[in-house]
Design a protein around this ligand. Structure first.
Ligand code: AMP
Length: 213
């Protein structure tokens, strides 16, 4: 399984990637997670990436490609991976193609997680991550029981620094301008599958699994 999850911020790529990992074992390779990790560890790359991330802009291709190249070369990615949040523009897609061509491991498919733009804002403003389990929850949509379970276990419901309304608006604009062209890019290559990604997470996961068959 070598797939790309494509979709706007808040379309559920990360959540569904976690489910795919559990079921199929291929690692989730999230450029956003790799960048946040670098920022938290205050590496040189993290320090360079932080300003763009805080503003909701794309981090330079050079930095992101360095992270992805390193991640895909680790042993656990040799038998497949789920790319989440990468590529984000045409130049990154071309770089990925070249990278995988050299390894003789082309992408099997690209899944577009399709969500109405109106729904995205609510998903992003309500998004929280449990500090204990890493589980992604939503104060508007998750069952109260799940939210309570996190805090009861001693976890905190953390909000991402870039999940504030101004940055969210910018991230959605950046998606429309720079990432959306990838839909036609991959459709033209016969790789695109579209999943309606609104509704209950388990139902969306079933649609995703069917799209991947
Ligand atoms: P995400 O977690 O995918 O929403 O990404 C959070 C932030 O990390 C984005 O708003 C960008 O600033 C940065 N980022 C993540 N992936 C990429 C990428 N492939 N290219 C450039 N910037 C990225």
């Amino acid at each position: 399984m070598r797939i790309v999850l494509l979709g706007a911020p808040g379309s559920g790529k990360g959540t569904q990637a976690q489910r795919l990992v559990k079921k199929h074992g291929a690692p989730q390779v999230s450029s956003g997670d790799l960048l946040r990790e670098a920022v938290a560890r205050k590496t040189e790359l993290g320090l360079q990436a932080k300003a763009a991330m805080d503003a909701g802009e794309l981090v330079s291709d050079e930095l992101v490609l360095a992270l992805i190249r390193e991640r895909l070369s680790r042993p656990d990615a040799l038998n497949g991976f789920i790319l989440d949040g990468f590529p984000r523009n045409i130049a990154q897609a071309q770089a990925l193609e070249e990278m995988l061509q050299k390894l003789g491991q082309p992408i099997d498919g690209v899944v577009l997680m399709n969500v109405d733009p109106g729904v995205l804002l609510k998903r992003l403003t309500g998004r929280r991550t449990c500090s204990k389990t890493g589980q992604v929850l939503n104060i508007h949509f998750s069952p109260q029981e799940q939210l309570d379970a996190c805090t009861r276990a001693g976890g905190e419901l953390l909000q991402r620094a870039d999940d504030n309304e101004d940055t969210i608006r910018n991230r959605l604009e950046v998606y429309a301008e720079q990432t959306k062209p990838l839909i036609e890019h991959y459709r033209g290559r016969g790789l695109l599958r579209v999943v309606e990604a609104e509704g209950e997470m388990g139902v969306v996961f079933e649609r995703l699994e069917r799209a991947l068959l």
